[in-house]
Design a protein around this ligand. Structure first.
Ligand code: PGA
Length: 243
C-alpha cells in the first residue's frame, strides 16, 4: 500500500551511548504524521526497541541473512531481527551490492525470507554512473526489481531508488531524473511506497518531495543529526501538504 515514509539509515556509525541518545531525541521530536523508520546497526536494535516503545517510530535492520538459523558465523537471521523488535529490513543497499558482492539472486532470497518471517523489506535499487552513461539505468533498475521481487506478495514491500552516483556525495540526482525513474518504477510496482535516497538533506528535501511518485526518503548521513533529520521530515510533510 502506498504511504509516506521517511527512513534513517545509520550505516556503521555511533557507539551504543550515542545511538541511545540520538534515538531518545528522535523519539521526542517525531510524531505520527509520516511513518518514520530508524535503521541502526544490529547491535543497537534491542536497546532502541525499548527507546521506541510507545512511540510511532518503527525499527529496521540494515541487512540480514536469508537462512533462519544454522552454522553461518557472523550472520544475523530474520528470526533474530524479529526477536529484537525490527519491523523492517533494508535489503540490497548499494554498499551491500558493491562492497560485499551481493547479487540480485541473493537479494531475492533475502526478500522472500524477510516476508516469510514477517519483516517488511526496504528493497534498494539503483544504477551506477557508468550504467547511466551507457543509457542502461532503467534496464538495471528493472532487472534489480523484477529479480528481487519475483513471485513476492508486495503488500509490505517498500522500494528505495538510490542511484549509486548520488549516495554520500552531497549532491542528489536532479529532479528530472528522480521524477523519470520513480515514474518508471511505479510502472513496475504500482501501489508500493517508492522512496528516494542519495544525498537527501534538509535543503533539498522540499523539492524532491514535490515529485509525485516520491513517497518518502531513505536518508543516510543527514539522518545522523536529529535536528537535520527532523527538518527533512518537516520539509517532506510541507511538500506533501501533510498537516
Ligand atoms: P546518503 O546515503 O543520504 O548519505 O547519500 C543514503 C543511503 O545510502 O541510503
Amino acid at each position: 500500500m502506498r504511504k509516506n515514509i521517511v527512513a534513517a539509515n545509520w550505516k556503521m556509525y555511533f557507539s551504543m551511548g550515542e545511538a541511545q541518545s540520538v534515538a531518545e531525541r528522535i523519539a521526542e521530536v517525531v510524531d505520527n504524521k509520516t511513518e518514520v523508520i530508524v535503521c541502526p546497526p544490529f547491535v543497537f536494535l534491542d536497546r532502541l526497541s525499548e527507546v521506541f516503545l510507545d512511540t510511532p517510530i518503527k525499527l529496521g535492520a540494515q541487512n540480514m541473512y536469508f537462512e533462519e538459523k544454522g552454522a553461518f558465523t557472523g550472520e544475523i537471521s530474520p528470526v533474530m531481527l524479529k526477536s529484537v523488535g525490527s519491523e523492517y529490513v533494508i535489503l540490497g543497499h548499494s554498499e551491500r551490492r558493491h562492497i560485499f558482492g551481493e547479487d540480485d539472486i541473493d537479494i531475492h532470497k533475502k526478500v522472500v525470507s524477510a516476508i516469510e518471517h514477517g519483516l517488511k523489506p526496504i528493497l534498494c535499487v539503483g544504477e551506477t554512473l557508468a550504467q547511466r552513461k551507457d543509457d542502461k539505468a532503467k534496464d538495471v533498475v528493472e532487472r534489480q526489481i523484477i529479480t528481487a521481487l519475483d513471485g513476492v506478495d508486495l503488500s509490505g514491500v517498500v522500494v528505495a531508488y538510490e542511484p549509486v552516483w548520488a549516495i554520500g556525495t552531497g549532491v542528489p540526482a536532479d529532479l528530472n531524473t528522480v521524477s523519470e525513474m520513480h515514474t518508471f518504477i511505479r510502472g513496475l510496482v504500482e501501489d508500493v511506497p517508492i522512496l528516494y535516497g542519495g544525498s537527501v538533506k534538509d535543503k533539498n528535501a522540499y523539492e524532491l518531495a514535490q515529485i509525485n511518485d516520491v513517497d518518502g526518503f531513505l536518508v543516510g548521513s543527514a539522518s545522523l543529526d536529529t535536528d537535520t533529520f527532523k527538518k527533512i521530515i518537516d520539509e517532506f510533510e510541507r511538500a506533501k501538504g501533510v498537516n
